[in-house]
Unconditional design. Structure first.
Length: 83
């Protein structure tokens, strides 16, 4: 199992897809604790931006591995690690 760092996944996602990556608790606005819904906790990761064929929105993921698999970043990250 490959382990990923937050900063390398965020950079690859921005470079490949033009999307942003945040930790689940980063979305707080001072009034809320970062939860979008009562079933989500502050843990996890949020990908936001202009999604193909969907417009601007957000998606939540439980782990960085889920983000990498969903956005097909495995090859991009492997290439960056070789450099």
């Amino acid at each position: 199992m490959t382990r990923y760092e937050f900063n390398e996944v965020r950079a690859a996602l921005a470079e490949e897809w033009g999307l942003s990556l945040h930790r689940g608790g980063d979305m707080g606005d001072g009034k809320h604790d970062g939860r979008w819904d009562s079933c989500y906790s502050k843990t996890g990761y949020v990908v936001g931006g202009h999604f193909p064929r969907r417009g601007h929105s957000y998606q939540r993921y439980r782990s960085l591995g889920d983000v990498v698999a969903s956005w097909e970043l495995t090859k991009v990250l492997a290439e960056k690690r070789r450099r």
